[in-house]
Design a protein around this ligand. Structure first.
Ligand SMILES: Cc1cc2nc3c(=O)[nH]c(=O)nc-3n(C[C@H](O)[C@H](O)[C@H](O)COP(=O)(O)O)c2cc1C
Length: 366
């Protein structure tokens, strides 16, 4: 089967990319005191040289005192960190690539293994990050308003530094996702509620503010997941109708692209159809979508954190779904983390040179 369809260009507003392959956002914690240095810029530049269509940065935190649980996660605020990001995007553009930062508030976290803690307590909708696990405080209306503004500031900075788009991290049980979930959002005010649609209000306000700050022509992506790190099989939306009630308000608020995080892209979302999350998101909203999850690898990424290795695998099923029109873009994580030239090798059919993934790749910025 030919890979050619993955190498057609894609344009949407500010985004003009040479192929359909996206580097998935991957936290690396290689930015001392939150400042990305030359090594981080060189790491991303190598991916642009390796012909990744769109690079999404590792999650980078917004300007809230407790937005990060790890001092080496890069910040997306403050002069020194933004200067670092300026070097990153300059390098990516010089190599002919495109990039957007993934802007992030981690919400209520478990304490970092080093013992480091942010200056103020972790904050989230209700101070919990999974059932019965309190490790922070419930946000006041003022904290919510300030956080929404901080997302807007980060998006505006992304645009003024010259990035091609911005991605809002709304997945994986971090702040925005903690608002979506009935397990972590126990609020009884306007930011809580019995339905998923009601609990989407915080995300909608973040998206509206980001849109207001970047203007109509700057592409906005939001990353979402049905699963949670503490419950792989959970579904945020149990039916297509519930999924529509979740996604459509975000589309109306200004999202251009839904980035649908799965651990394995081939797993169907609902009974009676083989469509995956990205397939449903596109069908329900008409918006562009990104799929992700074990593309080109035999094992999924959370097992990789526990030390499981993965072997290269065929792209045939991915291309069948792509050619059917299920999604517009394909994000690839670990293969591109381990090999800056993964895209080039796929394009040129050099499959015997593909390496697979083992945990050692996480130890350095290859
Ligand atoms: C080291 C590592 C760090 C990650 N950090 C993030 C992150 O910052 N933001 C995010 O949305 N997902 C993060 N993820 C998830 C990836 O973006 C991706 O969805 C996942 O690895 C599945 O893709 P893959 O099977 O191609 O690796 C991370 C994954 C890995 C392996």
């Amino acid at each position: 089967m030919s890979n050619l369809s993955l190498f057609k260009p894609f344009s949407l507003k500010s985004l003009n990319i040479k192929n359909r392959i996206v580097m998935a956002p991957m936290t690396r914690s290689f930015s001392p005191n939150g400042v990305p240095g030359d090594n981080v810029a060189a790491y991303y530049r190598r991916r642009a040289e390796g012909e990744v269509g769109l690079i999404l940065s590792e999650g980078t935190v917004i300007n809230r005192p407790a937005s990060s649980a790890d001092p080496n996660i890069p910040r997306f605020h403050g002069e020194s960190a933004l200067q670092g990001w300026q070097q990153v995007i300059n390098g990516v553009h010089a190599a002919g690539g495109s990039m957007g930062p993934q802007i992030w508030h981690q919400g209520v976290m478990d304490n970092h293994h080093s013992g480091w803690l942010p200056l103020t307590p972790f904050e989230g909708p209700s101070g919990i990050n999974r059932p019965d696990n309190t490790n922070g405080i419930a946000m006041s209306e003022k904290s919510i308003a300030d956080t929404i503004k901080a997302f807007g500031d980060a998006a505006a900075d992304a645009k003024s530094l010259g990035f091609d788009c911005v991605e809002i991290h709304g997945a994986h049980n971090y702040l925005i996702d903690q608002f979506f979930s009935e397990n972590t959002n126990l609020r009884t005010d306007a930011y809580g509620g019995k339905t998923l649609a009601a609990r989407t209000r915080f995300a909608v306000e973040v998206i509206k503010e980001v849109r207001r700050r970047v203007g109509d022509d700057f592409a906005i992506i939001i990353r979402l997941s049905q699963w949670k790190p503490y419950a792989y099989d959970s579904k945020m939306a149990a039916t297509p109708a519930e999924m529509e009630s979740w996604l459509q308000p975000m589309a109306d608020a200004g999202v251009d692209i839904f980035h649908c995080s799965q651990r394995r892209f081939w797993e169907p979302e609902f009974e009676g159809s083989d469509l995956n999350f990205a397939g449903w998101a596109k069908k329900l909203t008409g918006k562009a979508t990104i799929t992700v999850g074990s593309v080109g690898l035999s094992g999924e990424f959370l097992a990789a954190f526990k030390g499981e290795s993965s072997e290269p695998s065929s792209l045939e099923e991915l291309i069948r779904r792509f050619d059917r029109g299920d999604f517009d873009l394909v994000a690839v994580g670990r293969p591109i983390l381990a090999d800056p030239n993964w895209v080039k090798k796929i394009k040129e059919g050099r499959t015997e040179e593909l390496k697979g993934f083992s945990k050692e790749a996480l130890m350095e910025l290859l």
